[in-house]
Design a protein around this ligand. Structure first.
Ligand code: GTP
Length: 384
């Protein structure tokens, strides 16, 4: 049968493995990793102190061990707050650890109120585990699947409930056998719960970190770094998905190609950084001008694509013309100077069976025509 001491040794090994995984994530520089790393280090040290309970001075086996355990769970909570870029309530956390450091010796000397100590520590763990679960559920990203976050929150809740039960059970425990000696099944179950909390939560933190890193990598791959609109690759992929949808449901789909006029001259006259700022300015104007569900992508230097699902020619022409007018009326302030710019646009409505290359080429053709006939205008296929 597993003894309490063996359980603690296994936990310490588990924590060490989770520490190595956590250390491997430090390079990501995500907030929260440092606090989570310290939490697991302190947990390992606390387990060492517990194991020495019979050999070491009482202050190490009881006061230091419990204070470190409390500090570890507080630091894990701090890591969660930092992960979501929230303020960390350091004062409350220091007060909690100080309370543990005071209450534990009071419940140990001169009379050993062991069951009361266990109940007290269970309350501390239960409250902080609930706060961890609440923080993760409340602040998890709303715009994507968050299985890793939910896993961690559910784990924290399970631990909170387990600690609540443990507190109640130990308050009603008839004998006062020390936990490290008590080989009863109920003690082993509760010890396992306490032993698993830090490696379990750390595993959840690792999954949340991976999830965040993956979504950051996706954003980098799919977004144009200068303007924040879709990259060329992501825009073309989206256009292909919308073409399939238009084909399946017999819906309209329009593509407007936009090119800022005489952009080279803007760069030459005001400098490259101002040219960059104009590209960002245009992207902001375009984003404000399209409907939810439309897509904007930067296809090359100063060329953008706007994809309008469920829009036939007239609706797309109205949108393109409105954007052209807004840009022509725009006075962009760059330091002391006011920069004015215009755009040319070519528009095409997707024809069933048409490939993405032909669709883009048709819009490009009309963009070329708009440039040739004097710029600052929108042109499109007369059939649309
Ligand atoms: N500032 C800035 N300039 C860029 C960027 N990408 C491309 N360009 C510049 O955009 C300019 C495009 O010039 P052209 O292709 O001659 O086109 P244009 O001057 O806009 O002339 P038309 O399109 O015929 O009206 C080039 O000078 C590129 O160096 C960028 O990311 N930032």
């Amino acid at each position: 049968m597993l003894s309490p001491a063996t359980l603690l040794i296994i936990t310490a090994l588990l924590c060490t493995m989770m520490l190595l995984v956590m250390l491997s994530l430090r390079r990501s520089r995500l907030p929260g990793i440092r606090e989570w790393t310290w939490a697991i280090i302190l947990e390992i040290v606390a387990l060492g102190c517990y194991l020495c309970q019979n050999a070491a001075p009482m202050v190490i086996g009881y006061v230091l061990a419990n204070s470190l355990i409390a500090l570890a769970i507080c630091l894990f909570y701090a890591g969660c707050r930092r992960f979501f870029r929230l303020e960390v309530p350091w004062t409350g956390m220091i007060a909690t650890v100080a309370l543990v450091a005071v209450v534990i010796p009071v419940l140990r000397y001169p009379v050993d109120y062991m069951n009361l100590r266990v109940a007290f520590m269970s309350v501390v763990h239960g409250i902080i585990s609930t706060m961890i679960a609440y923080t993760i559920i409340k602040y998890r990203p709303a715009y994507r699947a968050t299985h890793g976050h939910m896993l961690t929150a559910v784990l924290a809740l399970v631990f909170a409930i387990g600690y609540a039960i443990r507190g109640v059970v130990y308050l009603h425990r008839p004998d006062n056998t020390p936990l490290l000696v008590d080989g009863s099944i109920i003690n082993l179950i509760f010890l396992s719960l306490g032993a698993l909390i830090m490696p379990g939560l750390t595993m959840g933190a690792v999954v949340m970190t991976h999830d965040t890193l993956l979504s950051q990598a996706e954003a980098i791959a799919n977004r144009d770094f200068l303007t924040g609109v879709l990259s060329r690759k992501a825009f073309i992929e989206q256009a292909q998905r919308e073409m399939a949808r238009a084909s399946r449901y017999g819906r309209a789909l329009a593509l407007v190609m936009v090119d800022i006029d005489h952009f080279k001259a803007i760069n030459d006259r005001y400098g490259h950084p101002t040219g960059d700022a104009i590209l960002r300015d245009f992207a902001l104007l375009a984003e404000a001008s399209v409907r939810d569900g439309d897509y904007i992508g930067r296809l090359g230097g100063e060329e953008f694509g706007i994809l309008l699902p469920d829009s036939a020619g007239p609706a797309a022409a109205v949108m393109a013309e409105r954007l052209r007018e807004q840009v022509a009326a725009r006075r962009y302030r760059a330091g002391e100077q006011i920069v004015r710019y215009t755009l040319s646009a070519g528009m095409a409505v997707w024809q069933p069976g048409e490939t993405i290359e032909d669709f883009v080429a048709r819009s490009d053709y009309w963009l070329y025509q708009a440039k040739q006939s004097g710029r600052n205008r929108v042109q499109g296929d007369p059939a649309t």
